[in-house]
Ligand binder design. Structure first.
Ligand SMILES: NC(=O)c1ccc[n+]([C@@H]2O[C@H](COP(=O)([O-])OP(=O)(O)OC[C@H]3O[C@@H](n4cnc5c(N)ncnc54)[C@H](OP(=O)(O)O)[C@@H]3O)[C@@H](O)[C@H]2O)c1
Length: 360
């Protein structure tokens, strides 16, 4: 039975998601080549310096001996690029696709990069290829929220990750947070770290927990991340795990509580190449970003049960209004069970290259 166009684009999206590490500053993209209603080959992008999804899919098809693309269709989650510049390490895809003379190219959403935006499509059309756009256009941008914000606002994308008891405590009244969730949830959080390029914490968290803040996934070598510490930790030295694990040059200390955080996100993106910042607490720092409306996405791991007590380490202790009508609204997009823990994920904002679909 032939696959429908929606099913083919869905497969391209699955392929884009197959790569579990960050591709930033590049977007996640997946592509499939369909011939006679069946998927012949697929590809996905794995970050700067590696082939783009379309080129990868074509390479796979050619390795299988497929040479004539005239009756084949290409499904790609984002508009093929068409520009060359000094910083770009891989050749543009639109001319490659044009040279293969595909019967039709299906594109889910446009590339917001002004060097591409619509021009990739024009190049394909000029080459006589039929182009259809918008298929799954509500869904595919969700995998590229960081890239889309980077392009649109020239600022780092912010994901706030928290572990909480079911009554919202991020540590007990003695400041102990090891461990609110199970080791399976903590491994899941390492996969979250794998998808970002930087991690931020407040100085109290460094002092209380001495965390490494790198990516540690079973048999893989630990992967360092760029680190931003808010406030100057006491006893800041090379002995701290965060420095040992990520390297001193990768650790930035911001010791100015009055710093405009919105402007800082711009600086982190334009001057430090931080595309996606994962805030890992504690409650004081997390609350500040949330209160100032600077969080794009939230991931909460709930575990342990109910702690009661003084709520010394609950989110927003220093700014929460305690009035229902003033609550910062949050609607989950996804809920998962990991053993006895619950993971809730949701977007605070939506970035979409098609302006009509942006916002929340
Ligand atoms: N459950 C979780 O997900 C989780 C995650 C991380 C940590 N924790 C726990 O949370 C506790 C620490 O949390 P915490 O709320 O006390 O501290 P925190 O958020 O880790 O650090 C807050 C401190 O950072 C400094 N800072 C500098 N710039 C800031 C800014 N712009 N906004 C906010 N803070 C800024 C301030 O230090 P100064 O006061 O010196 O100015 C402030 O007191 C620990 O017990 C840790 O175990 C839990």
């Amino acid at each position: 039975m032939s696959l429908t166009p929606d099913e083919c684009m869905s497969r391209a999206l699955d392929l884009a998601l197959d790569y579990p590490f960050t591709t930033l500053p590049n977007p996640r993209v997946g592509a499939v080549i369909v011939y006679d209603g069946r998927i012949l080959a697929g590809g996905y992008h794995r970050g700067p310096g590696t082939p783009h999804a379309e080129a990868h899919a074509i390479e796979v098809a050619e390795k299988m001996g497929f040479k004539d693309f005239k009756n084949a269709e290409l499904f790609v989650t984002m508009e093929p690029c068409c520009h060359k510049n000094a910083a770009k390490r891989t050749p543009p895809c639109a001319p490659l696709i044009a040279s293969k003379k595909f019967k039709r190219v299906w594109i889910s959403h446009l590339d917001p990069n002004p060097l591409v935006n619509g021009k990739g499509i024009q190049q394909l059309k000029k080459a006589g290829i039929s182009v259809k756009t918008g298929l799954l256009g509500e869904v595919t941008p969700l995998i590229n929220q960081a890239f889309l914000k980077n392009q649109k606002e020239k600022k780092s994308y912010v994901t706030l990750k928290m572990a909480m008891t079911f009554d919202g405590k991020m540590a007990d009244d003695y400041g102990k947070s090891k461990w609110i969730t199970t080791s399976a949830s903590r491994m899941d959080a390492h996969w979250l770290r794998a998808k970002v390029d930087a991690i931020a914490v407040g100085r109290n968290t460094i002092e209380a927990d001495n965390p490494s803040l790198n990516v540690r996934i079973s048999k893989l070598h630990p992967i360092p991340r760029k680190i931003v510490i808010f406030g100057q930790p006491r006893n800041f030295s090379n002995k701290l795990k965060v420095i040992k694990a990520n390297g001193k040059n990768q650790v930035l200390v911001i010791d100015d509580k009055k710093r405009d955080l919105d402007k800082l996100l711009k600086e982190l993106y334009t001057q430090r190449d931080i595309c996606h910042l994962l805030i890992e607490g504690g409650p004081h720092l997390s609350g500040r970003f949330l209160d100032e409306g600077l969080v794009d996405e939230i991931v909460v791991y709930y575990g342990k049960g109910f702690l009661g007590g003084q709520a010394t380490y609950s989110l927003g202790k220093d700014w929460g209004s305690m009035r229902l009508e003033k609550a910062i609204r949050f609607t989950p997009d996804d809920v998962r069970l990991i053993g006895p823990d619950v993971v809730v994920q949701g977007f605070m904002k939506h970035y979409n290259p098609d302006k009509k679909r942006s916002g929340r």
